[in-house]
Design a protein around this ligand. Structure first.
Ligand code: SF4
Ligand code: SF4
Length: 372
């Protein structure tokens, strides 16, 4: 078999399947094991226990799928048109949702395309061992992507490339064919440190190292407990994920928009008014978020994140009223509602409030039900 010819074909098929770039690497990630262990030992994974549980298997693709000798890494752009970063982040009455999550959940789409790539190869070479992965949970996808020439690991710990920045998903196809490997990407961050200095919560603790416990993506998505108070103000209106470290990256000037309609902003998120989103009941949340990655955080966590954003919004009587109306659903949510109310009320000196506002403020301060 001419493996070089096959590798060339795989890259073409990958593009036909919607991937912007495909690369191939071997499975030796031994040089990353020590840094992974250090990251875990420092506790930077927070409550993501599965990271510790998977342990070094994440750095050993051949343990995930015995017989694996190569990994095909692929990237797919996700930046939707009309991303409206600046206007959305600066309007604190609106919710900011990480741009990768505005459309459909990418896992299924990317996995399906990788599976099709595997089937294409099978048609060419006959039966062989392969398995698609989409997610960094079981596998260290970023070092594999860098080895495959898809980009380098930036100081924000994400993969980025000169040609296209970092607004893309990664996926991997583990295979047992000894294809020729690609040249690894070299780091081009240079003296830039824009992502480090602009991170709202100082989560990038060293070049390429993120303390997840401080990262807004982790706090709003992975973490379901009480968000430490020290981060709540810095979260601003970011209710699901955070894109700041990518937004400031100079290489993202060269990004292309996604070609996948599935990643465009869904209708329910066209208007991301905080009050409207907060007033969705659980059924509305589940219906509006069907097929979205956001659905997985559940309605209570959705409300928790929105509460923080509402605490950071300019004072509005309506916000105070809707926040109060959601008290009592869960202890964790109540902590955030109380905090948000205190932030709202701190903006309204009692003497300046209207009679109705004064009554409301007194009711809330006494912790009485709204209709008391
Ligand atoms: S996603 Fe946001 S909070 Fe997390 S490291 Fe990047 S800028 Fe910081
Ligand atoms: S912002 Fe600068 S330091 Fe951070 S990833 Fe981009 S180029 Fe690298």
């Amino acid at each position: 078999m001419n493996y070089q010819e096959l590798a060339d074909k795989i890259k073409l098929w990958g593009q036909e399947l919607g991937f912007q770039k495909v690369g191939i690497c071997d499975v030796d990630l031994s040089e990353h094991e020590a840094e992974l262990q250090k990251w875990l030992d420092a506790g930077y994974h927070g409550s993501m226990d599965w990271m510790a549980r998977h342990g070094m298997m994440r750095a050993r693709p051949s343990e995930l799928l015995p017989g694996t000798v190569r990994v095909i890494s692929a990237r797919m752009n996700y930046l939707p048109p009309e991303a409206q970063f600046a206007s959305n982040l600066s309007d604190t009455t609106q919710a900011y949702i990480s741009r990768y999550a505005l459309g459909r959940d990418y896992h299924k789409l990317v996995r399906n395309q990788l599976k099709k790539l595997g089937q294409k190869i099978e048609q060419e070479v006959g039966q062989f061992g392969y398995r698609p992965f989409v997610d960094s949970a079981p596998i260290l996808e970023r070092p594999l992507a860098q080895k495959s020439g898809l980009g380098w690991t930036g100081k924000h710990s994400l993969i980025l490339d000169k040609e296209c920045g970092s607004w893309f998903f990664l996926g991997e196809l583990l295979i047992d064919l000894p294809l020729p490997v690609d040249t690894a990407s070299i780091n081009e961050c240079g003296k830039c440190s824009a992502c480090i200095t602009s991170c709202p919560t100082s989560a990038i603790v060293a070049d390429g190292i993120v303390d997840a416990r401080r990262c807004i993506s982790y706090l709003t998505i992975e973490y379901d407990g009480v968000i430490p108070e020290e981060f709540r103000k810095s979260m601003g209106n970011r209710i699901y994920g955070c894109d700041d470290c990518q937004l400031v990256c100079p290489w993202n000037r060269f990004s292309d928009l996604t070609q996948q309609k599935d990643f465009h902003r869904r209708e329910a998120l066209e208007s991301a008014d905080l009050i409207t989103l907060f007033m969705w009941d659980e059924n509305t949340f589940l219906k509006n978020m069907e097929g979205s990655a956001i659905r997985r955080i559940g309605h209570l966590q959705w409300l928790r994140n929105l509460s923080v954003a509402m605490g950071n919004a300019p004072f509005s009587q309506e916000i105070v009223e809707v926040l109060s109306s959601r008290k009592g659903l869960s202890d964790v949510l109540d902590v955030h509602i109380e905090w948000a109310l205190s932030q709202q009320l701190a903006q309204t000196p009692l003497k300046n409030a209207t009679n109705r506002q004064q009554r409301l403020i007194r009711i809330i301060q006494k912790g009485l039900p709204r209709d008391a």
